[in-house]
Design a protein around this ligand. Structure first.
Ligand code: GLU
Length: 483
């Protein structure tokens, strides 16, 4: 549980900018904020920070909402869910920011920025030549024009040192040199993130800010603004970066920072995704790697989020998802998996399809693998000679030996009831009678009956295929070997 130091209601927010799809980093921020709210019977808010019109992507807002609903991170207030503190799109709150900006102007804490881009470029170059850091506050105009909205409105900062506690990053301290005059309202009339989020978090009664690394350097400036506005600073938690598989660079699209909905479309389970994402930077202090949502709810704590980067490994995600698949009962598994079966499955009855899915449960990593892994249950695949000729053990056998082995197996199987147990017993007896190893005999029969490089257990596979098709396929293989 998070230690809530005050008696305020816990209210957290996820505040994405609609500039594209939601990837793993953003969903982790949302998940942690959501968990804190849920653990404390608080509220979780979605606020769309659509103040950068140049970077906005059409449809991204819908996409964000769809993703949160799809992974199970429901929010209590947001653009599509009424609440007492709306609107929840920043573009609909411009008047509010103007009022707060006016307050700062009236207090002498904001000024119209008179400089053109070219002026600023000159000033920057001058600073560079003098080997001094460039600071806006060194160039405050003496008599700034009255702000009419046509130029940026800049905060007049009050440089000083800060010490603060970030729930994840610990005690932090900075000197006055990092404090500078930043833009509050741009010349297009939209506020900056730096200004708008402070106003909104206050008005929306946000108690905890959970966000990514990219903002931590600006926190001293935010504190300066909180002071100027006489606002209490919410609890802040800065999450560690998510790193690509090399453990060095930030995760990029190239490393697999994919749209979260893609994973759902591929048949990853929402609960597995949340478990995996929660453990990007967090653990409960034990070796446990898989967490149900209920467990996350009871065990998650920002105090156990590490400060170092968390490595994103897609193979680990697949393992986590596979583990969740194995924990499912067959009815639930089938219900979720059936739409991923190949189209041919429609001509088979539900009992058959369910048995196929059940047979794959042990090896499935995500549902989109189903068409490939189940192909041979639905169609007679053409004989693939390379399965035998490239098989580690079988390639050493003469074709006629393989034919003999298959004939022996065929004869024995003819007399068996095609259920898993009798089939397994018969297969074991065949090992004894032929003196072959499973890696030879079972591989051979498996290849003959599936024409696939891998399958579920042989007895189970044959039981599902049934006697007629199994024997027919063995015959086909024998004929191909003899041809
Ligand atoms: N709009 C910011 C972003 O999308 C949100 C940062 C925050 O959570 O305060 O990066």
């Amino acid at each position: 549980m998070v230690d809530v130091e005050d008696t305020h209601l816990t209210r957290t927010r996820f505040a994405p900018s609609p500039t594209g799809m939601l990837h793993v980093g953003a969903v982790r921020t949302a998940l942690f904020a959501w968990l804190i709210a849920r653990q404390n019977n608080g509220d979780f808010i979605l606020r769309l920070e659509d103040t950068d019109k140049k970077r906005e992507v059409a449809g991204a807002d819908e996409h964000i909402m769809r993703t949160l609903h799809a992974v199970g991170l429901g929010y209590d207030e947001g653009p599509d869910i009424d609440g007492d503190y709306g609107p929840y799109r920043q573009s609909e709150r411009l008047d509010i920011y103007k009022q707060w900006a006016q307050k700062l102007i009236d207090d002498g804490r904001a000024y119209a920025d008179p400089y053109t881009a070219a002026d600023l470029q000159d000033l920057r170059e001058q600073a560079q030549q003098q080997k001094k850091p460039f600071l806006y506050r060194n160039h405050r105009p003496e008599n700034p024009p009255k702000w009419d909205g046509s130029t940026p409105l800049r905060f007049k900062s009050d440089p000083k040192s800060y010490k603060w506690k970030d729930t994840v990053m610990g005690e932090l301290a900075t000197g006055p040199e990092v404090i500078d005059d930043f833009i509050l309202i741009k010349s297009d009339g939209y506020p900056t993130y730096n200004f708008a989020h402070i106003v909104d978090d206050y008005l929306m009664k946000v108690s905890h800010i959970v966000r990514g690394q990219e903002f931590i350097a600006s926190v001293p400036n935010y504190m300066n603004l909180y002071e100027a506005l006489a606002l209490e600073v919410p609890t802040m938690a800065t999450l560690p970066p998510i790193l690509g598989p090399d453990g060095k660079k930030k995760l990029s699209k190239r490393d697999g920072a994919r749209d979260m909905l893609d994973y759902l479309r591929q048949g990853f389970l929402p609960e597995a995704l949340l478990s995996f994402i929660a453990t990007l930077g967090w653990n409960d202090g034990t070796e446990q790697e898989l967490f149900s949502v209920d467990e996350l709810m009871s065990k998650f704590s920002l105090n156990h989020v590490g400060r170092g980067g968390a490595v994103f490994d897609e193979r680990r995600l697949q393992w986590v998802n596979g583990s969740f698949i194995r924990q499912m009962d067959l009815d639930t598994l089938y219900e979720q998996a059936q739409k991923f079966l190949p189209p041919e499955a429609q001509s088979f009855d539900e009992a058959y399809n369910k048995a196929v899915v059940g047979a794959l449960q042990e090896r499935l990593k995500y549902f989109a693998e189903l068409p490939e892994l189940t192909q041979f249950f639905y169609t007679d695949l053409p004989i693939d000679p390379s399965l035998l000729s490239e098989h580690k053990k079988l390639k050493k056998y003469d074709q006629s030996d393989l034919v003999d082995l298959l004939n022996t197996a065929r004869t024995a199987l003819t007399a068996v009831v095609f259920d898993v147990d009798p089939l397994q017993r018969e297969l074991n007896q065949l090992l004894e009678s032929t003196g072959e190893k499973p890696a030879v005999l079972f591989s051979l029969v498996r290849i003959a009956t599936t024409q696939a490089p891998a399958s579920p257990g042989l007895a189970e596979t044959m039981a599902i295929l049934g006697k007629e098709r199994t024997l027919q396929r063995i015959d086909n293989q024998i004929n191909a070997l003899k041809a």
